[in-house]
Design a binder for this molecule. Structure first.
Ligand SMILES: C[S@@+](CC[C@H](N)C(=O)[O-])C[C@H]1O[C@@H](n2cnc3c(N)ncnc32)[C@H](O)[C@@H]1O
Length: 219
C-alpha cells in the first residue's frame, strides 16, 4: 500500500490491503465481481446488476438535470462509468489505490478519490448514493455503522441510498471476509437519520441471494 492509502484507510488497513492486492492481481471484473467466476460469468454478473441498477435509478433521470451520484467503494469504476454514460455527474471513491489507478485510466467521466466509507466528505448532497457489494465486506460492526451513517448523511431530501446485501432476518457470516446483516440492522441505522426502506430488488444471479436495498430520504 502507498503511504497515502495507509494514512487514509487508518483502522481499515488490513481490509484495504486485501482489496488492493486483489485489484492488482485480477482483471477488471473478477477483482470487484465474483472471484470464483470465469470471465463470461463475471460479464453476466455485472450486466445483470447494471440492468437492475439502471432500472432503479432511471426514473429519476432527466437530460436537463443530471443526477448527482456517488459510487462509494467503486472498485475499478464499472458502475460509476455506466452512470456517467447515462449523463449523470458522478463522484466515486474507493480505499484501494490500485482500483483507482485502473478506474482513472479508463476515464469516462467520474471524478475519483481515495477514501473510506466513513471519511468521504462532500460539499454538496447527492441525489443518489450507491454502494455495491462493499458493506457486507466490512466485518467490524462499528465501522459498518459509521460508514453507513456517513453515506446516509450525503443523501439529499427525496434522494436515494442504494446499498447491497441479502434480505435477511438474521445475521449471516460467510467465511472470513463476508458478514451479511439483517434488514433490521440497516433500518435501525438509517431510519433515525430520515431514510426509509422502499424496495429490495434481488440480483437474480444464479444462487446469489444479494440484492439492492433502496432507502429514500423522507425527512
Ligand atoms: C467487491 S468490491 C466491489 C467494487 C465495486 N463496487 C463493484 O461492484 O465493482 C468491494 C470494494 O470495496 C472497497 N472497500 C472495502 N471496504 C471499504 C471501505 N471501508 N471504504 C471504501 N472502500 C472499501 C474495496 O477496495 C473494493 O474495491
Amino acid at each position: 500500500m502507498t503511504d497515502e492509502a495507509t494514512a487514509t484507510a487508518g483502522p481499515l488497513t488490513r481490509t484495504a490491503a486485501y482489496w488492493d492486492a486483489r485489484h492488482r492481481d485480477h482483471d477488471d471484473l473478477a477483482s470487484g465481481g465474483h472471484i470464483g467466476l470465469d470471465r463470461a460469468g463475471n460479464e453476466l454478473f455485472y450486466a445483470l446488476r447494471l440492468g437492475t441498477l439502471l432500472s432503479l435509478v432511471g426514473d429519476l433521470a432527466s437530460p436537463a438535470a443530471p443526477l448527482f451520484a456517488l459510487d462509494a467503494g467503486c472498485g475499478k469504476g464499472h458502475f460509476a462509468r455506466a452512470l456517467a454514460r447515462c449523463g449523470h455527474r458522478v463522484d466515486a471513491f474507493d480505499a484501494s489505490p490500485a482500483a483507482l489507478a485502473h478506474a482513472r485510466a479508463e476515464g469516462g467521466g467520474p471524478r475519483y478519490a481515495l477514501a473510506s466509507l466513513a471519511n468521504w466528505r462532500s460539499p454538496w448532497p447527492y441525489d443518489l448514493v450507491l454502494c455495491v457489494d462493499v458493506l457486507f465486506h466490512v466485518l467490524d460492526d462499528g465501522q459498518w455503522a459509521a460508514g453507513l451513517r456517513n453515506l446516509a448523511s450525503l443523501v439529499r431530501l427525496t434522494g436515494r441510498l442504494i446499498v447491497t446485501d441479502e434480505n435477511l432476518e438474521r445475521r449471516r457470516p460467510r467465511g472470513d471476509y463476508i458478514v451479511h446483516r439483517p434488514l433490521a440492522a440497516y433500518r435501525a441505522a438509517l431510519e433515525p437519520l430520515g431514510l426509509r426502506h422502499t424496495l429490495f430488488r434481488p440480483y437474480g444471479f444464479r444462487e446469489n441471494r444479494v440484492g439492492f436495498h433502496v432507502f429514500t430520504r423522507t425527512r
